[in-house]
Write a protein that binds this ligand. Structure first.
Ligand SMILES: [Zn+2]
Length: 232
């Protein structure tokens, strides 16, 4: 599958003129590597009004395929479902093993997933690590609220990972690096507590909310283990 393009009518938000936009419903970066950069720098979603020159950013669902790195990301703006099954896609790629399929609700998560999978990382473990490090950041900054964050750096050679968080009321960015041990521990937790999720069919949403859920299960299991030890 190469990319699919459709023409869509767009009403210019500036001058109200009706124009046309080329919309990509899916892209395949294995077949066409140039399109990767166009996605990441937003060029693919940029639209110029032919009448007034206004530049708008279009948001629409797009399926991103990277068969070499074995992942597919479905960006569906504002989607709040955990799982999305597309029979046609399931059948088409049923022979591809260990294919990560994700849905994301916004452009930033979309870019982050691409970065994670291109780096050969496990996004489930990255989400768990992100929570662990966010607690460190909050403590470091005197208990300030850490709203969201994303993986912004990964260096296999120096054995470090970096996250950028948005902190406090004004959502000031804060970068925190971490040794890969925490990621390794997160991977163990994923292997124990996300077995079911790893086997799910279709596209799934792996985000902070998902990670909180796994951590809850992990903590509960630890409590039970402790109680059992007490009984011995
Ligand atoms: Zn215009």
């Amino acid at each position: 599958m190469t990319e699919n393009k459709i023409n869509k009518a767009v009403v210019c938000p500036m001058c109200g003129e009706l124009g046309k936009a080329k919309i990509y419903t899916s892209v395949n970066v294995t077949v066409n590597p140039d399109v990767r950069d166009m996605v990441l720098d937003g060029e693919l979603f940029s639209w110029n009004c032919p009448s007034c020159g206004y530049n708008a950013r279009l948001t629409y669902p797009i399926l991103y395929n990277d068969m070499k790195n074995r992942f597919m990301i479905y960006l569906i703006p504002k989607i709040d479902r955990f799982q999305l099954c597309d029979q046609e896609l399931e059948d088409k790629y049923s022979n591809v093993r260990h294919l990560n399929k994700r849905i994301v609700p916004d452009f930033n998560s979309f870019k982050e997933k691409i970065f994670i999978f291109e780096s050969g990382l496990d996004d489930m473990a990255v989400e768990l690590t992100k929570i662990a490090i966010s607690q460190t950041v909050s403590k470091k900054l005197g208990g300030v609220e850490v709203t969201s964050g994303y993986l912004s750096m990964y260096d296999r050679e120096s054995n470090t990972m970096g996250f950028t968080y948005f902190t406090g009321e004004d959502k000031k960015p804060y970068v925190q690096t971490a040794r890969l041990e925490i990621y390794g521990k997160s991977k163990d937790i994923v292997e124990r507590f996300a077995v079911k999720d790893k086997k799910l069919k279709g596209f799934i949403k792996i985000d902070g909310e998902w990670a909180e859920n796994i951590l809850y299960r992990y903590k509960r299991a630890r409590q039970i283990e402790k109680l059992n030890k007490l009984k011995e």
